[in-house]
Write a protein that binds this ligand. Structure first.
Ligand SMILES: [Zn+2]
Length: 324
């Protein structure tokens, strides 16, 4: 572990030690506190001896993100005891449940807009983000992908969810919403953490305003043919002050907007990538079908393509169609 992190954790532990001592003075009958104090002292001693962050079993370094979250851990993930493993699994199950509860309503309809989505984390939790917020016949939609994987990515995903939920409730213009969300996200994310995202607002008259911030192209299909909405901005969280520009579209009855994460377009079979062209082709072939059927067809085509290859990334698909 680098000196900077060690000194950060050293200060953290000294601070916790002080707080524990104060708490023990106030509540000497709480035996758990004395046990914790002994653990903190032992961790400080390991720092002094230079053995801090080394797994007691295999003597390899313990994962840095786990140490930063809990400086008292003494075993790497491979060498947790059975009760520790069970506890970790319970935490993950709970995180997974919390994340699933954040998903929007299935087959949601808002005014003239009907929707369907598919959300499939590759592990217990996902860095993919999908939300639908109906309001007065309008529909606010977002689909994004946070950098990285696992619990850290899922925490950023939940943060984005909360940000967009609160900002849309304030009825700001969409450009303002994404700008504000970017600023808050940027100030709270660590360097190197960012999110690609497509978000938009669909109005009762078929008008759609859409922002693509560093995400794979969104696809619109209808009688007018196929249109790709490429990224016109940077991912959220890269720079705190950045402008986002909108694309405005008019969707007619039967026109569909299809959004996805790179779990679809970058799926691989050997050296071959699924690719945005194949996504576009499939969406064109299925023009006019209800959102749920388009999603099912897309999943079926992905399954046929990646037959036998394990899925390596989170996958999210979202289709929104204007009804007649
Ligand atoms: Zn180990």
């Amino acid at each position: 572990m680098a000196t900077l992190e060690i000194s950060f954790l050293h200060n953290q532990l000294e601070d916790r030690k002080r707080r524990l001592q104060e708490a023990i003075a106030l509540a000497p009958q709480n035996g758990g506190l004395a046990g914790l104090l002994r653990e903190v002292d032992a961790a400080l001693q390991r720092m002094a001896k230079g053995s801090f962050g080394i797994c007691l079993e295999c003597h390899d370094p313990v994962e840095q993100d786990r140490l930063l979250a809990d400086p008292l851990v003494q075993y790497c993930l491979d060498h947790l005891t059975q009760p520790q493993r069970a506890e970790l699994q319970r935490d993950l199950d709970l995180a997974s449940q919390v994340q699933r509860n954040l998903l929007p309503q299935r087959d949601l309809r808002a005014g003239v807009w009907e929707t369907s989505y598919h959300y499939a984390p590759v592990g217990p939790v996902s860095g993919d983000y999908c939300d639908l917020i109906p309001s007065d016949g309008q529909l606010f939609f977002t689909l994004g992908d946070v950098s990285g994987k696992g619990v850290a990515a899922s925490m950023l995903m939940t943060q984005l969810h909360a940000l967009f939920r609160s900002l849309t409730a304030m009825a700001l213009p969409l450009g303002q919403i994404i700008k504000q969300a970017n600023r808050v996200f940027c100030e709270s994310a660590l360097a190197g953490q960012y999110a690609t995202l497509v978000c938009g607002q669909a109005r009762p008259n078929g008008e759609v305003e859409i922002h693509n911030a560093g995400h794979v192209p969104a696809i619109v299909v209808g009688r007018g043919g196929v249109l790709r909405i490429e990224s016109t901005g940077l991912p959220l969280g890269m720079f705190c002050e950045v402008e986002f520009s909108a694309t405005r579209l008019q969707l007619e009855a039967g026109d569909t907007l299809f959004l996805y994460t790179d779990g679809l377009s970058e799926a691989r079979q050997g050296d071959e990538e699924y690719g945005v062209d194949r996504v576009t082709r499939l969406v064109r072939q299925r023009a006019g079908q209800p959102p749920a059927e388009l999603i099912a067809a897309s999943l079926e085509d992905l399954r046929a393509f990646s037959e036998g290859s394990p899925r390596l990334d989170d996958l999210t698909l979202l289709a929104i169609r204007r009804l007649g």
